[in-house]
Design a binder for this molecule. Structure first.
Ligand code: NAD
Ligand code: UDP
Length: 320
C-alpha cells in the first residue's frame, strides 16, 4: 500500500538514504529538515520526483501535516555536532518528540523513533541487550544527546500507553557509509578523510575502546522492517552490527584499504567516552528476521570509494 510518510532529519546521512528507499518503494515522502548538520545536495537528486517533497523547518517548532507514518530522525548525531549547541540538542530530542507524537495523535499516524546505543552510556553489561537500563552520566558533556534520547524514549512510551499511539523505537549502534558528513568528527569519517589526505590518524586514548560498525544499507533495511513489522512489537530493538572492533583495529584497516602511509598518533580520550559497545541483536533477528549482511571491510571499501570522489570544500561545519 502506498503511504504518505514524513521523515524528520530526512536530509541527513541516514535520513537521505531512508527517503531514497521510501521514494523507490513508491511512497509519498515528505522530508523535513533544518539543514543543521546536512547539505541540501544529499537530497537534490530526489527533488524532481513527483513523490518527494522537501520542507525546511525546525522540529522544535510545531508543524502541521497529514501523514500515515513518521520516521523521527531529526537530531545531530556526531559528538562534535551535538556538543556544538548542547541545549539545542536536548530541545531537538525532547520538543521534536513531543511535536511528532502530537501530530501522530492527531492524524493517527504510526511513528518510529531513531534512538541510540548511547542510551546504554558507558555500559557495564556486554554485549548490550534491550533490557539493560544503561550507565549514563546525566551531567557530562554527552548528556545532552544521551539524556535527550532517553527522554524521547520515555515520551514515546507514555504517548503509547496514554494515547494508544502506534509507535516503534529502534536503538541504532554506530552506523557509517557514503554521505556521512566528512567533518562530523566521527571515527569512520575522520580516519578515512585523514588517510586519504595523508594526514595523521588521530587515535583517541590507547585505541583499545571498542565499537561495532553497521553499514548504512543494513541499518535502513532494519528500520523499515521495524516500521512495517507487527503492531505488538514496538521495541525498543537494537539495530547494529555485532562484529566488534577496537578503534585501533579500525585505524589499521582503513590504512590498509586506502593504501595510505599516514601515521597513527594519540590524542586524549574525550570525557565519558564509552569503553565497549556491541549490540545483542537476538531480538531483531527473532522478531524481524533482521541481521546485517555487510562486513566492515566491504562497507569501508564502498565508503572510501565515496570519500575519494567528493569535493571536501563543499562541506561546511554546523551552523545555528
Ligand atoms: P545527521 O546529522 O546526518 O542527520 C541528522 C539530520 O537532522 C540532519 O539532516 C540535521 O540537519 C537534522 N536536524 C538536526 N536538528 C534538527 C532540528 N532541530 N530540526 C530539523 N532537523 C534537524 O545524523 P545521522 O547519522 O543521519 O543520524 C540520524 C538519526 O539517527 C539521529 O536521530 C541520530 O541520533 C540517530 N542515530 C544515528 C547513529 C549513527 O551512527 N549514524 C547512531 C545512533 C542513532
Ligand atoms: N575516535 C578516535 N579518533 C577520532 C574520532 C573518534 O579515536 O578521530 C574514537 C572515540 O574516542 C570513540 C570512537 O572512536 O572511542 C567512536 O567515536 P565516534 O565519535 O565515531 O562515536 P561514538 O563515541 O559516539 O560512538
Amino acid at each position: 500500500m502506498i503511504k504518505r510518510i514524513l521523515v524528520t532529519g530526512g536530509a541527513g546521512f541516514l535520513g537521505s538514504h531512508l527517503c531514497e528507499r521510501l521514494v523507490e518503494l513508491g511512497h509519498d515522502v515528505i522530508c523535513l529538515d533544518n539543514f543543521f548538520t546536512s547539505q541540501k545536495s544529499n537530497i537534490t537528486h530526489l527533488l524532481g520526483r513527483t513523490n518527494f517533497d522537501l520542507i525546511r523547518h525546525d522540529v522544535t517548532l510545531p508543524f502541521w501535516l497529514e501523514v500515515d507514518e513518521i520516521y523521527n530522525l531529526a537530531c545531530p548525531a556526531a559528538p562534535g555536532h551535538y556538543q556544538f549547541n548542547p541545549i539545542k540538542t536536548l530541545k531537538t530530542s525532547v520538543m521534536g518528540a513531543i511535536n511528532v507524537l502530537g501530530m501522530a495523535r492527531r492524524c493517527r499516524a504510526k511513528v518510529l523513533q531513531a534512538s541510540t546505543s548511547e542510551v546504554y552510556g558507558d555500559p557495564e553489561v556486554h554485549p548490550q541487550r534491550e533490557d539493560y537500563r544503561g550507565s549514563v552520566n546525566p551531567i557530562g558533556p554527552r548528556a545532552c544527546y544521551d539524556e535527550g534520547k532517553r527522554a524521547a524514549e520515555a515520551l514515546f512510551m507514555d504517548y503509547h500507553r496514554v494515547n494508544r499511539i502506534n509507535i516503534r523505537i529502534v536503538r541504532i549502534f554506530n552506523t557509517y557509509g557514503p554521505r556521512m558528513h566528512p567533518f562530523d568528527g566521527r571515527v569512520v569519517s575522520n580516519f578515512i578523510r585523514q588517510a586519504l589526505q595523508g594526514e595523521d590518524i588521530t587515535l583517541f586514548g590507547n585505541g583499545q575502546q571498542t565499537r561495532s560498525f553497521c553499514y548504512r544499507d543494513d541499518l535502513i533495511d532494519g528500520m523499515i522492517r521495524m516500521m512495517e513489522g507487527p503492531d505488538d512489537f514496538i521495541g525498543p530493538v537494537n539495530l547494529g552490527n555485532p562484529d566488534e572492533f577496537t578503534v585501533r583495529e579500525l585505524a589499521e584497516l582503513v590504512l590498509q584499504l586506502t593504501g595510505s602511509t599516514s601515521k597513527i598518533i594519540h590524542e586524549p580520550l574525550p570525557a565519558d567516552d564509552p569503553t565497549r559497545r556491541r549490540p545483542d541483536i537476538g531480538l531483531a533477528l527473532a522478531k524481524l528476521g533482521w541481521q546485517p549482511t555487510i562486513s566492515l571491510r566491504e562497507g569501508l571499501q564502498k565508503t572510501i570509494e565515496w570519500f575519494r570522489n567528493i569535493d571536501l570544500t563543499h562541506y561546511r561545519p554546523p551552523t545555528p
